[in-house]
Design a protein around this ligand. Structure first.
Ligand code: PXP
Length: 244
C-alpha cells in the first residue's frame, strides 16, 4: 500500500477571472477555503512577473488564510525571489517563465543557470522554505535538482497530457524513470501540469508521488459543478493511487 497521494489545488485561474474584469470577485481567499474544506492538502499559486492573475496582495492575504500548505510557484528573478523570502510560503516551486507564454511551457533548465538557481535555493532553505524544482523527466535536470539542494522535484506532466498513443506511453515511461531516479537521489516527487479527470489515470503508475498540483481543469470544471465538487472529483480519481 502506498502513501496517500496529496492534492495541491492551483487557484491562479480564480484570479484570472477576477482580473479579466478588474472586479474584486471571485475571491481567491474564498476559493482557497472551499478547496481546503473539500479535502485539498495544499493551495498553489504562481506570482508571475506580468501579474496576469495572482497579485502581490493575494500572496500576503493567502499566506494568512491558508490552513494547509501554501506552495508559491516562481521564476528565479530577484524581485519575485525577494517577495517569496518576505512572505515565507511553506514551499516554493521554481519554474521557467516567458512573458508571451499562455502557461508554463516545459520544465526549468537548471543546467543553463545552475549557480544563480543554487543561490536562490540556499536562500529559501536558510529561510526554512521547502524548495521544489519543476523539471521535465530528464535525468540531467533531476540530478542537478539534487546537486543544488532541492528537497523536491515536480515532474512536468504537460507533455504527457498533450500526447496520445505510443508517444504518450513513452512519455509515461520517462516520468516513471524520472520518479525512480529522483527517489534514489533522495528527492521527494510531485507532479503536475495539464492534469484532468481524463488523463489522471496515467499518474497512478508513477511511483513515489507525494503531491499532484492541478489547477486549470479543476477551476474549469467548477463552472459546472462548483469548486468543492470539482476538488472532490479529482480527489476521488486519485484514490486509486494508494492501492496501486
Ligand atoms: N505545476 C506547475 C509547476 C505549474 O506551473 C502549473 C501551472 O501554473 C501547474 C502545476 C498546474 O497546471 P494546470 O493549471 O495545467 O493544472
Amino acid at each position: 500500500m502506498r502513501e496517500k497521494l496529496k492534492l495541491g489545488v492551483n487557484i491562479d485561474h480564480v484570479a484570472s477571472l477576477r482580473q479579466a474584469r478588474g472586479t474584486v470577485y471571485p475571491s481567491v481567499l474564498d476559493a482557497a477555503k472551499i478547496c481546503e474544506d473539500a479535502g485539498a492538502h495544499g493551495i498553489t499559486i504562481h506570482l508571475r512577473e506580468d501579474r496576469r492573475h495572482i497579485q502581490d496582495a493575494d500572496v500576503t492575504a493567502l499566506k494568512r488564510a491558508i490552513r494547509t500548505r501554501m506552495n508559491l510557484e516562481l521564476a528565479n528573478t530577484d524581485e519575485i525571489v525577494g517577495i517569496a523570502l518576505e512572505v515565507k510560503p511553506d514551499e516554493v516551486c521554481m519554474v521557467p517563465e516567458k512573458r508571451e507564454e499562455l502557461t508554463t511551457e516545459g520544465g526549468l533548465n537548471i543546467l543553463a543557470d545552475k549557480e544563480s538557481i543554487a543561490r536562490s535555493v540556499a536562500k529559501f532553505r536558510d529561510a526554512g522554505i521547502i524548495v521544489s524544482m519543476f523539471v521535465d523527466p530528464d535525468s540531467e535536470q533531476i540530478k542537478a535538482s539534487a546537486d543544488i539542494g532541492a528537497e523536491y522535484i515536480e515532474l512536468h506532466t504537460g507533455t504527457y497530457c498533450e500526447l496520445a498513443g505510443d508517444a504518450q506511453a513513452r512519455e509515461l515511461d520517462a516520468l516513471i524513470a524520472g520518479a525512480e531516479l529522483a527517489n534514489e537521489l533522495g528527492l521527494k516527487v510531485n507532479a503536475g501540469h495539464g492534469l484532468n479527470m481524463s488523463n489522471l489515470a496515467g499518474m497512478m503508475s508513477i511511483p513515489h508521488l507525494d503531491t499532484l498540483n492541478i489547477g486549470h481543469s479543476i477551476i474549469a470544471r467548477s463552472v459546472f459543478v462548483g469548486l468543492g465538487a470539482a476538488v472532490k472529483e479529482i480527489l476521488e480519481g486519485m484514490q486509486a493511487y494508494e492501492s496501486s
